[in-house]
Design a protein around this ligand. Structure first.
Ligand code: V47
Length: 364
């Protein structure tokens, strides 16, 4: 393939397996020839995973939508005294887990708001009791934002919070709450939330204790391309130190029912480019995951040719994106996810919550 003059050198680096710089990354984000970008991202994707796209059977559970962080992008959060405030009791969460206990490789994804009536002890009890119901369930629970809140409200040191959750049975931490690290944007969209530095600090502490995590980036919230590169660069630098991130998940902002409704739509072409460039730049993060809830099901097909090797799982039931107006289903069957993967001429492979393939099917 002949590349445009302005990215020729960068393309050569990528083809030769060399790392690209932040400046290169910015150039790619500013470059308009999508087919070149997809081609380059796909080389990396196929070198690692061939034609396989993984997914997990998972269940998202939001224990509470009551949150003290009044993030402007979040349509999910409610005030304690609102009619729509919803805090699940530990027993009702256990009932949900009990209903799905027979599924063999199950990932349970638990997050909630910063709810003063959900304590760190509640979190530990919940995790322990889920493990009593289903010992082999992989529990991915509590974002860095919730972990910070647990540390503050319990008075325990970060490491103690992380260790206790690990002992209780947590396998990993989800990637939410990172938003976009840019202080300029955070000031506008989530002024009360922990800053990017703290999010990274807690991720690092989790990794050092051997707990893998994911990383997200919320986009479509007024960020510049430079701010995207800065976000990716911070993730890549931490990953160089710890190797603790399993996947990177871009999250397209769903703006309904939020005061940020007037922000411009992100064109599909820009979304696809972002995934491709993330795959290229984040050479040390194994997986690029598409959260189909936010991006849409049709786009989920194309992403698999723009660097994505992993689709978010069956999810049922999703609430965060849907409160923001997402038009996708609130959950999908395993067969429906496999259909999306096959529609893209990729091969579906079920994985567990730690990226182990459920059936051995030979090397990718
Ligand atoms: O933390 C909130 C973001 C996150 C909106 O780790 C929004 O495997 C878009 O982190 N529009 C929750 N995004 C989702 C998340 C996630 C999803 C799937 C898999 C994993 C994983 C993590 O969604 C929140 C916040 O960053 N968010 N509101 C919105 N209106």
């Amino acid at each position: 393939m002949r590349f445009s003059k302005d990215i020729e050198k960068i393309a050569l680096k990528i083809i030769n397996g060399e790392r690209i710089s932040s400046d290169d990354c910015l150039k790619l984000l500013e470059h308009n020839n999508l087919s070149e970008m997809f081609y380059l991202a796909n080389i990396i994707r196929e070198k690692r995973y061939g034609s396989f796209t993984t997914f997990s059977v998972n269940r998202h559970i939001n224990y509470s939508n009551i949150c003290q962080n009044k993030c402007l992008f979040c349509a999910f959060r409610k005030e304690e005294n609102s009619k729509e405030a919803r805090r699940l009791s530990i027993d009702s969460i256990l009932k949900i887990v009990d209903e799905i206990r027979n599924y063999p490789y199950l990932e349970i994804h638990i997050t909630g708001g910063l709810d003063p009536n959900f304590s760190f002890d509640d979190a530990l009890t919940l995790v322990k009791k889920i493990k009593e119901i289903k010992k082999e369930a992989i529990i991915k629970a509590f974002t860095m934002v919730e972990l910070d809140y647990f540390a503050k409200t319990s008075g325990l040191k970060d490491v103690e919070v992380l260790k206790r959750l690990k002992e209780a049975g947590i396998s990993s931490f989800p990637g939410g709450g990172a938003e976009i690290f840019s202080p300029r944007i955070r000031k506008k969209i989530c002024p009360l939330k922990i800053d990017g530095k703290r999010w990274l600090e807690l991720s690092k502490k989790a990794h050092k204790l051997g707990i893998p995590t994911n990383a997200t980036m919320l986009y479509g919230v007024g960020e510049t391309e430079k701010e995207i590169v800065q976000h990716l660069d911070k993730l890549r630098s931490l990953q160089d130190e710890t190797s603790g991130f399993m996947s990177f998940i871009p999250l397209l902002f769903q703006k309904e029912n939020t005061p940020l409704k007037k922000l411009r739509e992100v064109a599909l072409a820009e979304q696809l480019k972002l995934y491709a460039v993330s795959r290229i730049f984040l050479d040390n993060i194994p997986h690029i995951k598409n959260h189909w809830v936010m991006s849409g099901l049709k786009a989920a097909e194309i992403y698999q040719w723009c660097g994505v090797d992993d689709l978010e799982g069956t999810v049922f039931e999703e609430r965060i994106g849907h409160e923001g107006g997402a038009k996708t289903p609130i959950g999908m069957t395993k067969e429906a996810i496999e259909k999306i993967i096959k529609a893209a001429n990729r091969i579906p492979v079920e994985r567990d919550g730690l990226y182990n393939r459920v059936k051995k099917i030979g090397a990718a």
